[in-house]
Design a binder for this molecule. Structure first.
Ligand SMILES: [Zn+2]
Length: 306
């Protein structure tokens, strides 16, 4: 597999130049992924994203991977994992690798991939990219700057950056939040295949983000980067609410020296009031639409016109 990045700045001049992340995997056989979290029932928004991912993989005669993102032990439920697989199949989506069918990159449940995430943590620690953060929830609430969009995490003011030198004292990440130190002021740019050119400024649009949680759970950003790379995913299809996460993940990809996938961020499906769908919209879950007699085609029509 190709193992190079085409970020313009090599690691010795990290943080000095604007980063324009160019995909490095576009000539490899297409590998896409569906990455639902079993923390609720899938709804119309998921249907749109996953249907798009399925269609793109089909069009390229590629491989589609189903990855169960069940990292959060408090919120993940086996019953939701079973439901999401049934609902995706009912909709007509097929995949070649996944928890239910196996494959060369098994296991396909994040809860069983902890060793990989620990390796990732170690690489980031050894590279000097992360630091332990001892701020309490209360400290953070008092000092953080709330982001403009409500879905995003608050900007961390960098109080614990002074602890960077301590990082090498730790053999495990356990018991602390670990944050990635972002290059303040650097612009992260990438071409989204659906939303067009994207630009985010580190330290302004997002701050030092958590890559390992105090409750000893790897954080979303680092787990996704580790898995997409290990599973040789060439194109990431997901919701537009994750654009800013892509900027964060590109920084992780560069720090880890991994290849850069292409990105396609789907539009969100909104309800009649214009609000984005969330797990609370149970009436628009695939399950309840199906129970009310909707066919898969009717569901797909609803989410493409939404
Ligand atoms: Zn802190």
């Amino acid at each position: 597999m190709v193992n190079q990045t085409s970020f313009r700045n090599p690691s010795d001049s990290l943080y000095n130049l604007p980063m324009d992340a160019v995909p490095t995997m576009q000539y490899l056989p297409y590998r896409g992924r569906l990455a639902p979290s079993p923390t609720g029932l899938l709804h119309l928004g998921h249907a749109r994203t996953f249907w798009t991912a399925y269609q793109r993989a089909l069009a390229q005669q590629g491989t589609l991977v189903l990855r169960n993102e069940d990292l959060d032990p408090q919120r993940s439920k086996d019953s939701y994992a079973t439901a999401m697989i049934e609902d995706l199949r009912w909709l007509g989506i097929g995949w070649q690798e996944g928890p239910d069918v196996g494959g060369p990159f098994a296991p396909y449940e994040q809860s069983r991939r902890r060793d990989l995430y620990l390796q990732t943590w170690r690489k980031l620690r050894d590279g000097g990219f992360i630091y332990p953060c001892r701020c309490s929830r209360k400290d953070l609430a008092m000092s953080s700057v709330a982001p403009n969009d409500t879905d995003d995490e608050p900007l961390y003011p960098g109080k614990c950056r002074t602890r960077a030198a301590e990082a090498s004292d730790y053999e495990t990440p356990r018991g602390l939040n670990w944050r990635f130190r972002v290059p303040d002021g650097e612009m992260i740019a990438f071409d989204d295949l659906h939303q067009g050119k994207q630009r985010f400024v580190a330290g302004r649009d997002f701050g030092d983000f958590v890559i390992w949680r105090r409750d000893d759970v790897p954080a979303y950003q680092s787990a996704v980067v580790a898995d997409d790379s290990a599973m040789q995913v060439t194109e990431v299809v997901r919701g537009v609410d994750l654009l800013k996460s892509t900027a964060r993940q590109l920084l992780l990809i560069r720090a880890l020296g991994l290849p850069v996938p292409s990105y396609f961020h789907c539009d969100l499906v909104r309800d009649e009031a214009g609000l984005r769908l969330a797990k609370r919209h149970d009436a628009l879950s695939l399950r309840s639409l199906r129970e009310r007699g909707c066919t898969p085609q009717e569901v797909l029509d609803m989410c493409s016109s939404g």
